[in-house]
Design a protein. Sequence first.
Length: 173
Amino acid sequence: MSIESVKLHFKEFNREQDVMEFDSSSATVQEAADTIGVIPARIAKTLSFRGQEEKAILVVAAGDAKIDNKKFRHTFGFKARMLSPEEVLEQTGHEIGGVCPFGLDNDLDVYLDSSMKRFDTVFPACGSTNSAIELTIEELFTYSSAKEWVDVCKGWTGEKAKNTGLKDEKTKT
């Protein structure tokens, strides 16, 4: 069971007890946000792409971010092509709706998108369609064994302020 591999992963950090399991679904960003009681942007979604050769890569991004194909190609040197649900399960060991960068079946490269850096904590899934864990950005980087921070997304709240130098509405005085 996928959530069991994630709990085993977190046991290495003495955090397995922090994995939350819900009675309701957390399979989509909106469902997870509703279930946890946070804004959708704080849900850390894990996206699975075809990488070099047969190995997938994972990009973890804020719930309100979308992949920017131009940025993705510039960063990774190839086109962003999502995996099919069957390929996701085969590569990660997790089904769609519970995909996360923890307890993976294969040693995959994990990248964290800068869209999450505006939050102190985020909520990634934990291998099932009804689970999550609250992690600081630093913990997410460590526990996911991320290779690096990347900027491959667009459309997230605060991006315009970041790109233009303007302050986000929340930080205006």
